[in-house]
Design a protein around this ligand. Structure first.
Ligand code: ZN
Ligand code: ZN
Length: 284
């Protein structure tokens, strides 16, 4: 019998190999988790080798888990809007590799940042993202992984801080069926979306529903924010300890329109803090 599963979890470390993340998640305890399938700050990576792939599936089985509530996060280096041809080529290849790793591990969701336009302007940047993502999809030939575009705080020239950006990327793509969305509570708050009262929460969710559709939200990053509303600065905080406060998280975990989505913490503090924050969220 599968353990009672809610879709609440955390981003856990994959130090020592991807299979190690499974026991870490289980010990929190949670059944939903996010991981990096390779070093997020480097271009190069060893390919996943068959013993590690075998360990991944045997660890899942040992913990009576499956991958239905597992997502991977892509490397921070990838910029599918890059105007530099060398960097763009690396980004496309890196993205293809990320898709491939997810497919190998049967991870259904890859969360990725839409990247930075670096002065080209938002409209040009959003078209470039869609076009280069489409190239990656064509090269990878895999259609088992949903590519979840993450909402960003809008630091510098980062794209994705307006819900309309996500709509435009999906609209420009030839492969909208491959796409989904990841909402990060810290990022949308820092980008200026109000979450505080029930009315504000509902208005923000209605806006998201209108622009992209709440059914497309497959992953939620559950983070408080150290920075104020509209700061456009991305600094995560523990749940209820930052500028967002506890109230919006109550709206989030009880919002029936998001029931299908997996939700993971990306907050500071390490395993003990995450265990506490998960307890807190489950009590709301
Ligand atoms: Zn996030
Ligand atoms: Zn962030």
């Amino acid at each position: 019998m599968k353990n009672k599963i809610d879709k609440l979890g955390a981003h856990v470390s994959a130090a020592g190999g991807v299979s190690k993340a499974i026991a870490r998640a289980n010990s929190l305890p949670c059944r939903a988790f996010q991981l990096f399938t390779k070093n997020q700050n480097r271009w190069e990576s060893k390919p996943l080798e068959s013993p590690e792939i075998k360990n991944w599936f045997s660890e899942l089985e040992a913990h009576d888990m499956d991958t239905s509530a597992v997502c991977a996060h892509d490397s921070y280096l990838i910029n599918l809007a890059s105007p530099d041809p060398v960097n763009l080529e690396k980004s496309i290849n890196g993205f293809v590799e990320e898709i491939h790793r997810c497919a190998t591990l049967k991870i259904p969701y890859l969360v990725w940042h839409p990247g930075s336009h670096l002065g080209q302007g938002e409209d040009v940047g959003l078209k470039a993202v869609a076009e280069n993502m489409d190239r990656a999809i064509e090269i990878s030939t895999d259609d088992s992984v949903k590519l979840c575009i993450e909402t960003t705080a809008g630091q510098g020239t980062n794209l994705g801080w307006q819900f309309s950006h996500l709509r435009d990327i999906i609209g420009h793509s030839k492969y909208p069926d491959h796409l989904a969305v990841c909402v990060d509570t810290c990022h949308i708050f820092a980008a200026g979306y109000e979450l505080g009262t029930k009315k504000q929460w509902n208005a923000t969710m209605s806006d998201l529903d209108e622009k992209v559709g709440l059914d497309l939200v497959k992953v939620v990053h559950v983070n408080d924010s150290k920075k104020v509303l509209g700061s456009r600065v991305d600094r995560h905080d523990r749940i209820g300890q930052g500028e967002i406060g506890i109230e919006p998280f109550k709206h989030l975990v009880n919002d029936k329109r998001l029931k299908h989505a997996m939700m993971v913490l990306e907050v500071p503090g390490g395993m003990e803090a995450w265990e506490e924050d998960l307890k807190l969220l489950r009590s709301l």
